[in-house]
Design a protein around this ligand. Structure first.
Ligand code: HEC
Length: 145
């Protein structure tokens, strides 16, 4: 009968260990593994393009806070999305300068564009209600020239 010497024992043991490791790596020694469940997708809507969209304006002004006149409504809704009426009332400008202010709101502050006929109505209203103020002894305000 063949004798098992130490070399055989070592080789057989190593082979057995190697096979066990290989089997284990392949998953053959493990039972069914719990399947990975990805965390539930967030239910909140994806961030909106405009984070300010739907936010109430930063003031409590109403249409009545503006002087009555033709175009008051359209002006109020177009011009008070971002600031109160006080900012507008504080200005006294010619129609041309209100026109430039309008452009400023559109270009610098990303105001939503309005229809041309609405713009004309708003400018009429602003020029009518908030004209340049005469200050001092009858002279025009030099800063408005
Ligand atoms: C999209 C936002 C937005 C809209 C809509 C808007 N504005 Fe403004 N406006 C601003 C911001 C921002 C300022 C900067 C001043 C501040 O709020 O501190 C400003 C400032 C002003 C000022 C003060 C400028 C100064 O030099 O003191 C006036 C006057 C004004 N707006 C008028 C208007 C009028 C009139 C309209 C409507 C035609 C309008 N705004 C619509 C954002 C807006």
């Amino acid at each position: 009968m063949t004798q098992l010497n130490i070399t055989h024992v070592v080789v057989i043991s190593l082979t057995a260990v190697f096979l066990l490791v290989a089997l284990d790596r392949a998953g053959g020694l493990r039972g069914p593994q719990p399947t990975y469940t990805p965390p539930a997708a967030p239910t909140a809507p994806v961030a909106q393009v405009d984070p300010d969209k739907g936010k109430p304006p930063p003031h409590n002004d109403t249409v009545e806070d503006m002087p009555d006149g033709k175009g008051r409504e359209v002006t109020f809704y177009a011009c008070t999305a971002c600031h109160g009426v006080a900012l507008i009332k504080a200005q006294g400008l010619t129609r041309d300068l209100w026109d430039s202010t309008f452009d400023l709101m559109l270009e610098r502050h990303k105001m939503a564009p309005v229809k041309p006929e609405e713009r004309a109505e708003i400018l009429d209203y602003l020029a009518e209600q908030f004209p340049p103020r005469r200050r001092g002894r009858g002279g025009d305000n030099p800063f408005l020239k």
